[in-house]
Ligand binder design. Structure first.
Ligand code: UT7
Length: 367
């Protein structure tokens, strides 16, 4: 049975920075409250034209470059997001087209802030089963487009960004060891975005009622989060036959520094073992774990051979954890430039659209 190694990683963060002081000019809040209650100092906001798929493409190309893997060698693309470009087509398909991953299957996965763990687990399982060899897992969000900028209970928390991993099959032991996934839909109403689905299709009324915005019972989510973080970590470690002492790094979902501190207390681990970058990005939902991982790898904190636990929670309610041994890029011959495939992908996409257009004219004539 092959192992599923994480061989590539990349992230994308919009350039526009929104600080707590900026927010204090928009709603009744202040820098001190936000820092003390959440640990957030600033977050990134997508500019016009930047979307979940465009951030995903940027992160994906970086991950493929690190892995030295051609987009055309990908078998599977999973995009975890709660803020897709459209309800359909899937954001994963938009990314597949833009990077020129001609033979990959592609789909979106919605498990909110736990999504990246679910998606990495699904990709790892597909590799472990032997059905695929190369997968791209992306967590991408443009939450700023769905935040009510008049609601100080939510707008201070969220930010935009994307992170991506390449997972590859290898006979060498390592990579993703175990994962646990949980859900409890009875708590679904504590964090929602209701408008635009089949229950509340977009209408004037849904706009007036604010149903196209994120709503949250912060205290409820906080309580739930502090309960499940340590529990899911222990479960994933047990499944891998590992102990808390074996772990070099915990990469938690970056939702609130107080939630991470509670998890550290629950696991009896020092905060130094936790990768934390919430201060600069806020809560980027499913993108937060890969972004934190990428930064820790680039800073030289996470090194090949290190044992990690990624753990998250979010709307659904969902939660989960994944254990892995960090591999790093696998040695490979030659140099691949995935960005060139993006240019080729654009040409290919244009040609396919043109062919479809011509076929449309011919078929209409024949009818
Ligand atoms: O990815 C998963 C997504 N969500 C989460 O993880 C969220 C989890 N929850 C939280 O992080 C926290 O509950 C919040 C940060 C959202 C809120 O923190 P809190 O410590 O639970 O604050 P609170 O709602 O209990 O409010 C405490 C006080 C209240 O004032 P009073 O009633 O004590 O006078 C609020 O009105 O702070 C006030 N407050 C604010 N003040 C300044 C609430 N929001 C703000 C604000 N600025 N932005």
């Amino acid at each position: 049975m092959p192992y599923a190694h994480i061989t590539g990683w990349g992230m994308a963060a919009p350039e526009t920075v929104l600080t707590n002081d900026d927010l204090s000019k928009m709603v009744e809040t202040n820098d001190q409250w936000i820092r003390e209650r959440t640990g957030i100092r600033e977050r990134r906001i997508a500019k016009d034209g930047q979307t979940t798929s465009s951030l995903g493409v940027e992160a994906a190309l970086k991950a493929l470059t690190v892995a030295n893997l051609r987009p055309t060698d990908l078998d599977l693309i999973i995009c975890s997001t709660s803020t897709p470009d459209y309800i359909f087509p899937a954001t994963a398909c938009l990314i597949q087209d833009q990077i020129g991953a001609t033979k990959a299957g592609a789909f979106d996965l919605l498990a909110a802030c736990s999504g990246f763990i679910y998606a990495a687990n699904m990709a790892a399982q597909a590799i472990r089963s032997g059905s695929i060899r190369n997968a791209l897992v992306i967590g991408s969000e443009t939450l700023s487009r769905f935040v009510n900028w008049k609601d100080r209970g939510t707008c201070i928390l969220f930010g935009d960004g994307a992170g991506a991993f390449v997972l590859q099959a290898s006979e060498r032991p390592g990579g993703v060891y175990s994962a646990v996934m949980h859900s409890d839909g009875s708590g679904g109403d504590s964090l929602t975005l209701q408008g635009g689905g089949s229950r509340y299709p977009a209408s004037e009324a849904t706009i007036h009622e604010g149903r196209h915005f994120i709503t949250m019972d912060g205290k409820e989510v906080f309580r739930f989060a502090t309960r499940v973080m340590a529990q899911a970590t222990h479960e994933a470690l047990d499944a891998a036959g590992m102990k808390v002492e074996d772990v070099n790094w915990i990469v938690p979902h970056q939702a609130n520094i107080r939630i991470i501190e509670a998890a550290a207390r629950g696991l009896k681990l020092p905060m130094e073992k936790f990768v934390v970058n919430i201060e600069r990005y806020g809560n980027t939902s499913t993108a937060s774990i890969p972004i934190a991982t990428v930064e820790a790898v680039e800073k030289g904190q996470i090194k090949p051979g290190d044992k990690l636990v990624m753990v998250g929670f979010g709307a659904g309610l969902t939660w989960g954890a994944l254990t892995a041994e960090w591999t790093g890029p696998v040695p490979s011959k030659g140099h691949v430039y995935p960005a060139q495939y993006r240019a080729l992908g654009r040409i290919r996409s244009f040609v396919r659209r043109a062919i479809r257009f011509i076929e449309g004219i011919i078929f209409r004539r024949e009818l």
